[in-house]
Design a binder for this molecule. Structure first.
Ligand code: ZN
Length: 161
């Protein structure tokens, strides 16, 4: 392993730029044009971040669109923006795998997180426990919204079957 690999100073600068870019030019911020299949509004009292995420699925059950709204610190906003791009086209199970990987990266668990793509820019947040809640807020919106939807579907499915 090279010294650069162990001390990725340039990489950190690049990561900062990615986070700032998403904060200044948030992607997919706004409202869905259709009623969301699921969504959730959550608040992070530690920092004051406030995010609502709404998700629409296509006919095959894949995530067709992710929109989010809210306000908060650069980490919470950048994470929501990057997540909204990353989750598009994923099945709910793929989205859950990505969620697990992201939480793992936030906990500083050893592993490669190449599958997270641009979201790896947030890996440095794992060193600041207070900020982890900022980075994971939008993800918890998707996780809890998805769980609520599944519970409704399960009840509906057994009743209609
Ligand atoms: Zn925050």
């Amino acid at each position: 392993m090279s010294l650069e690999g162990q001390h990725p100073v340039n990489l950190n600068t690049l990561y900062q730029q990615v986070i700032l870019d998403h904060y200044k030019k948030p992607r997919n911020k706004g409202e869905l044009l259709v009623d969301p299949v699921f969504g959730k509004h959550l608040h992070n009292p530690t920092c004051g971040d406030d995010i609502e995420v709404t998700v629409n699925l296509d006919a095959e059950g894949k995530i067709e669109d992710v929109k989010w709204n809210g306000r908060g610190c650069s980490i919470s906003m950048a994470s929501a923006s990057m997540m909204s791009i990353a989750l598009r086209g994923k099945t709910p199970n793929e989205a859950k795998s990505m969620m697990t990987a992201f939480y793992g990266m936030m906990k500083g668990e050893a592993g490669t997180y190449k599958s997270l793509g641009e979201l790896q820019a947030l890996s440095g947040v794992s060193k600041f426990p207070v900020r982890i809640k900022c980075a994971t807020l939008a993800w918890h919106c998707v996780e809890e919204g998805m769980k609520e939807r599944e519970e409704i579907d399960n009840k509906g499915g057994s009743a209609n079957g």
